[in-house]
Design a protein. Sequence first.
Length: 166
Amino acid sequence: MTVRSLLAALVFSAPLASPVHAQEALVVYKSLSPELALDLARAVLADCRQRGFQVAVAVVDRFGVPQVMLRDRFAGPHTTGTASGKAWTTVSFRTNTIELNSISQPGAMQAGIRNLPGVVVIGGGVVIEAGGSLVGAVGVSGAPSGDADDACAKAGLEAIGDKLEF
């Protein structure tokens, strides 16, 4: 190997060997406080009660980990798992479950997502965003339809909307 070849190899490999800068090695993200997650769950529960629905409400963080679970006294036993599943599905796909429902109907290209473990594709899972960033999701279960669950979730988000700009 000539000196010229060695020098060329050194010049071209130097950028690959450079250390990673702290900015590239660390990730910074927004996170819901437990207090705000609880405020959201309470607002959703209150809206559903006003509509005459007994529901469960789950709030998860951006990774799908539960932060808050509230279940009204007469909500069915299945509602806690379903609400959590809707919230988890929402953050997993970064899409509201009502939208996932419409794009994953039998015969559609995305129909297979319905068969993935833990996925709940029924309306009532809604993304929580703050400053353009996903910070979590809320899932609601127990109203007579996914559309009604969805409406309660959105009303709850609207009720705390001013607190989301942190």
